[in-house]
Design a protein around this ligand. Sequence first.
Ligand code: GLV
Ligand code: MG
Length: 315
Amino acid sequence: MIHFVPPHLEKVRAKVPDLARSVDIVLGNLEDAIPADAKEAARQGFIEMVQATDFGQTGVWTRVNALNSPWVLDDITQLVGAIGNKLDVIMLPKVDGPWDIPYLDQLLAQPEARHGVGRPILIHAILETAEGVKNVDDIAAASPRMHGMSLGPADLAASRAMKTTRVGGGHPEYKVVADAAGDGPRAAYQQDLWHYTLARMVDACAANGLKAFYGPFGDFSDPLACETQFRNAFLMGCAGAWTLHPSQIDIAKAVFSPDPAEVAFAAKILAAMPDGTGAVMIDGKMQDDATWKQAEVIVDLARIIAAKDPALAKS
Ligand code: GLV
Ligand code: MG
């Protein structure tokens, strides 16, 4: 999970050393949700937080302000100058097209060279404008600096004039209704508003060796809906999601780790086809070269997670 922290709040910053042990990535948010009059304080707070904390294996990311905002140039030059060697990834909001990526690439290259940053800081784009969705394939292919992409359902809803005030998740009115049969009640089934965009983003990322993430889920009072949104993303190929509230950390951890029963079955497939070719039957289900590769995805993920988390390794 990519856990969002508002770095202008000292109370929140004080919790970061503990937090860093329980999440995969700590992201200092400088963009939306940070009041305009706290932008400098957030940037400075993030710098102090990163300088003061040993993050171990936990990733250190920031979400900078949009490229057309008055703050982004200072965000980039000050962050790279002060903490460039500890900053892994810059999340770039409101990416409209591939042109935004080489622009940020060069903006990063200048202070990186000046301050002797030893490895390139990567770029993670938020897919949250209609134009960005139209250009998603080109954005994914825009630069070797690209780390991945996240779906931003709130800005995207506004950009598309979708008639919802929700941040991610379903909507009870987005549904299909069964044909009328007499006077009885007609079944209706809610549909997934995000399926199309998520699928396009996952394909663009996979085709370019990038990681896809679901973004924010805004209703903290509905953990089941959050879990469901995260699971749909996981099943469709996403590596993780954002967590905006501490209660979402355990949800993300559980959802984005493969089910132990599924891992056991996948391991059985790999063992039954040691060279990955041919066809066998396991528990009545046909397996071949393609299902061997599906099994490998699950087993590889289980290995990565087990190496990171001893409790999950046991399960
Ligand atoms: C995230 O930034 C969103 O707009 O949903
Ligand atoms: Mg947004």
